[in-house]
Write a protein that binds this ligand. Structure first.
Ligand SMILES: *[C@@H]1O[C@H](CO)[C@@H](O)[C@H](O)[C@H]1NC(C)=O
Length: 518
């Protein structure tokens, strides 16, 4: 009897799984390798969850799953001249400035607009037969991709690629109190001193000013990009303000082991590490051999995907090789080019299966640009890092890792190899760095749900509750003057003024009558 019931249960579950396969749009048109890795993470988990996925991407997956359809926006790479022209030389010459947030916001909006107005995307959204149950939209200093949910008249979930910070939390809750919630690009961390608190408050104003400055451009891009498709379906185009604050939830590429214990609303879902395969892929044979046979362990050196290491000046590459040759460790360097006269203990590879290298027990150290995916992977696999940050959030990621106690930083310059040698001696000479990263790795892995299960649970929950309206933060639509009770303060002041005036009148009136009596 019991056995029979069990079987029925299994059958019912299988049946339900089939029924609850939803159509999901993963909107990640932003032309960047690491953003595509994050987009692919969603695609992979959703396909595992049995859903039908449409993926807007500049880097289509080769040999896609039968339930995956891709909208190719690879030609957007050409539009994004900035990434094409990045080189080490420019960094060495201090030609790249990424700290100016205004430029950043504008740049990201322009790029996002190109993604939406791309002919393949337009063709896709102009087809009224296309239907979706849910959109996952990437937030990257712009809110444009939320417009896909308007076209398909379905709920959407944000994907935020960084630690939770005021700009994204403001979309689903509130920006957070700057007294203990530093901006994502701020080098400060609580507890803040008086001047630091003032500086964080100033940043809030500064970011609001930028937001207001690009607001109209964003609305324009929204109307131009989505207006025709919405009209074709006979729907009304809602105001962009209504759309961008209407997310059902937010998936955050963050976890407390990597950042701060920020207070977040119920519908913020931390899923850092979801882009990493649960099963580590085996290493290619040659790398497996090198790593197995490294007598003193392996140092893995990779500067990421956005800026090819081959653009590094020859002089600098040589200096790196000379320095590495003086080490007792085996070095694997991802350099994207053939190289001659390489020291015995150095192996130059054009492509590196980073997770599999970091997962090898002989991997002792990762020398990295400090991109968020890389710093996440180091904690995932428990390997300390030396960061050589170049731009954007890399400085902050490295700083965070240093604060956590498992990293050192070396700045980029012609003296990097020499400084790096000292840092390697320090980080591998003292076990505290490795111990710390192992400890964080435990916290990182010790979660109730794996990130992939989390994604699939939330996707289903949002769809089945038609937008999870019950989880929306009540703080979202409360204006700042009400939160600070400025209206009450104004009322109290008003009453005080009136009372004082009345008292004054009363007293002077009494005095007058007194004088008359005399
Ligand atoms: C906001 O989301 C809810 C739930 O998904 C939906 O019913 C509503 O139409 C959306 N509003 C706008 C303006 O998009």
């Amino acid at each position: 009897m019991l056995v029979k019931m069990k079987w029925t249960l299994i059958l019912v579950t299988l049946f339900l799984n089939d029924v609850f396969s939803y159509k999901i749009l993963v909107a990640f048109p932003y032309p960047g390798k690491s953003h595509s890795i994050l987009g692919e993470g969603f695609v992979k988990h959703l396909l595992n969850g049995g859903h039908e996925v449409t993926y807007i991407t500049p880097i289509p997956i080769k040999k896609p799953h039968p339930n995956l359809r891709q909208i190719d926006v690879s030609s957007n790479f050409e539009n994004f001249v900035f990434t094409n022209s990045l080189s080490f030389q420019k960094f060495l010459d201090n030609e790249v400035d990424f700290k100016d947030m205004h430029t950043m916001y504008r740049l990201m909006l322009t790029v996002a607009e190109k993604g939406v107005t791309h002919e393949n995307v337009q063709k896709f959204i102009m087809d009224p037969n296309e239907q979706f149950d849910l959109v996952i939209a990437e937030w990257l200093y712009q809110h444009l991709y939320s417009g896909f949910a308007t076209v398909f008249n379905c709920p959407y979930v944000w994907s935020s690629s960084m630690e939770p910070h005021p700009m994204v939390l403001g979309l689903i809750d509130e920006i957070g109190n700057p007294a203990y919630f530093a901006d994502h690009m701020s080098p400060l961390t609580p507890p803040l001193s008086f001047s630091e608190r003032v500086s964080e408050l100033w940043t809030v104003f500064y970011l609001y000013r930028i937001k207001w400055a690009v607001q109209d451009l964003e609305v324009e891009a929204y109307e131009k990009g989505f207006g025709p498709a919405v009209a074709k379906r006979g729907l009304r185009l809602p105001a962009f303000e209504e759309v961008k604050y209407n997310a059902s939830a937010m998936f955050g590429n963050s976890h407390v082991s990597l950042g701060e214990a920020h207070r977040v609303p119920l519908n913020y879902v931390p899923i850092a590490g979801y882009h990493i395969n649960e099963q580590t892929q085996p290493l290619p044979e040659n790398l497996q051999k090198i790593m197995d046979n490294a007598p003193n362990g392996v140092i893995y050196f990779s500067m990421g995907t956005m800026m090819p290491s081959k653009t590094m000046p020859m002089e600098l590459k040589r200096a790196f090789l000379d320095m590495f040759s003086s080490l007792k460790y085996t070095v694997i360097w991802k350099l994207e080019e053939e190289f001659k006269d390489i020291p015995k203990n150095v192996h130059v590879v054009q492509w590196a299966p980073q997770p599999s290298i970091l997962a090898h027990p002989n991997c002792k150290l990762f020398i990295s640009h400090g991109g968020l995916l890389s710093t996440t992977e180091t904690v995932h696999y428990g390997v300390p890092i030396i960061g050589v940050p170049l731009f954007a959030d890399q400085f902050i990621n490295v700083l965070r890792a240093i604060r956590k106690g498992f990293a050192l930083q070396v700045d980029l310059g012609f003296d990097t190899p020499a400084k790096l040698k000292v840092a390697i001696g320090e980080i591998l000479g003292d076990p505290k760095y490795t111990n710390k990263v192992k400890e964080l790795s435990y916290i990182y892995h010790n979660r109730i749900n794996k990130p992939g299960d989390e994604i699939n649970w939330w996707v289903k929950h949002v769809i089945e509750t038609r937008g999870a309206v019950h989880l929306r933060s009540p703080a979202l639509h409360v204006p700042i003057y009400q939160k600070l009770y400025l209206d009450l303060i104004a009322l109290v002041l008003l009453v005080l003024v009136v009372v004082i005036r009345m008292l004054k009148k009363l007293i002077s009136g009494k005095n007058e009558t007194k004088q008359k009596k005399h």
